[in-house]
Design a binder for this molecule. Structure first.
Ligand code: NAD
Length: 398
């Protein structure tokens, strides 16, 4: 075993807890510091407050700070997990790369296309390693569909659709920072970055032209909490349905709760992604149709099935059914392999399923999809990246 790599986390609660998996002292990996502006200083609020006990209990010897720049100034730290809200990603990641740290950045990469490009350019110039936490590239159901497509059994993929039902939309995205464009840009980007990336990956190309439609038609009619400046937080319960009968939503909601985009990919294939935040149920339902067949997931995590059709006939009778016995925790069991993949990349240069250029292309599609829907549904062209930059990331940042 080489020297122990020291790890810092920016944003220690919420999704920050996902980074705790990297703490493996027996394996030369140690979490030594956390940074969070709310650390030990919960905002005055009558809502459930962020609870930092899990971090303190798990890492009693770790240093903590409210200022992420103090964490980055710690020369002992080799690796930084950026787990903060989306609007912090660009600034904190660029600073971490400039400080020479290897970075795990949660999706979406940034809330603007220019922000993504600045992150990529900084990683290219500094040669600090960059990984974007697109954990759906480690989802068993996505990997099985990719295996089916790559086998050639359904021919060349010409068409891809994703229906995304988000039953917990009102619990997670309309009570805190997510509900404002200035923080997230919009939920097509914030949630859809995952699915757009999956569609690009499985269809072997990325979007060149996007058209969007979206609207805010339900959560704008729900009861809000007072606008007294206190930050909100997510509040999860299946009992919170239907949305119009719930309360405590953000005072400012200016993001759409129902988004649809159509995409033309560089390889000529076409795709559509539809997202709804007031559905009672939750699932990402993808289908990819090729010149010789079709694949579809029924369920996306836990126990689910992958259906494959290769002959004409009833939609009820797929030619092949794969039963997947997936996990119901850790995003279908994808979170641990995602962190392992990042750590192997940092330590051994191992290839990864996730890729920063693809993460940028997903953000580009989300940002310009939002731009289209907010400007009369005009078609938007995705600007291309410099070829050298693309090569550098595709070749594993060597
Ligand atoms: N890959 C996935 O499946 C997945 C799942 C959930 C969230 N996420 C991503 O993780 C990120 C965090 O989401 P979340 O729901 O945990 O958010 P959150 O609001 O719970 O914040 C996460 C942590 O960041 C801290 N924080 C808030 N402002 C900060 C700042 N300015 N600087 C540093 N830390 C700050 C919070 O106190 C909290 O500890 C988002 O970018 C989100 O898209 C990814």
């Amino acid at each position: 075993m080489g020297k122990t790599l020291k790890i810092g986390i920016i944003g220690v609660h919420g999704r920050g807890m996902h980074a705790y998996k990297a703490h493996q002292p027996e394996n030369g990996l140690e979490i030594v510091m956390g940074a969070d502006p709310f650390y030990d200083k919960p905002p005055q609020s009558n809502l459930a407050l962020p609870d930092f006990k899990p971090f303190q209990e798990k890492f009693p010897d770790a240093a903590v700070t409210r200022d992420y720049r103090e964490l980055l100034a710690n020369k002992d730290i080799d690796i930084v997990f950026v787990m903060s809200p989306d609007f912090c990603h660009e600034e904190q990641t660029i600073a971490a790369l400039e400080a020479g740290k290897a970075v795990y950045l949660e999706k979406p990469m940034a809330i603007t296309l220019e922000g993504c490009d600045r992150i990529l350019e900084t990683a290219y110039r500094t040669k600090s390693k960059l990984f974007i936490g697109h954990n759906m590239r480690y989802f068993p159901s996505v990997l099985k569909m990719k295996e089916v497509i790559d086998s050639g059994i359904i021919g060349d993929i010409q068409c891809g659709w994703c229906r995304h039902f988000i039953g917990y939309g009102g619990d997670a995205y309309f009570r805190d920072w997510h509900s404002e464009q200035k923080n997230s840009n919009g939920l097509l980007l914030q949630k859809g970055a995952h699915d757009i990336d999956v569609m690009h990956w499985l269809m072997g190309s990325s979007t060149r032209r996007v058209v969007g439609m979206g609207m805010l038609s339900v959560y704008n009619r729900c009861a809000r909490r007072p606008d007294d400046g206190t930050p909100g937080c997510a509040k999860w319960s299946n009992a919170q349905y239907p949305p119009l009968e719930q309360n405590g939503f953000s005072p400012v909601i200016d993001v759409e709760d129902h988004n649809m985009i159509m995409m033309q990919l560089a390889n000529g294939a076409q795709a559509t992604y539809m997202q709804c935040h007031y559905s009672p149920d939750s699932e990402r339902n993808y289908t990819f149709i090729g010149t010789k067949g079709r694949v579809e997931n029924i369920g996306d995590h836990g126990d689910c099935q992958i259906h494959v059709w290769t002959s004409r006939g009833s939609r009820q009778k797929p030619d092949i059914i794969y039963d997947l016995k997936g996990s119901v925790i850790d995003h279908g069991g994808a979170d641990t392999p995602t962190v392992t993949s990042f750590l192997d990349f940092v330590r051994y240069g191992a290839p990864t399923n996730a890729n920063p250029v693809a993460a940028r292309d997903a953000v580009a599609t989300g940002v310009l999809g939002h731009c289209s829907m907010r400007n009369g549904n005009i078609p938007m062209e995705i600007p291309q990246l410099d070829e050298n930059l693309v090569k550098y990331f595709i070749n594993g940042q060597k």
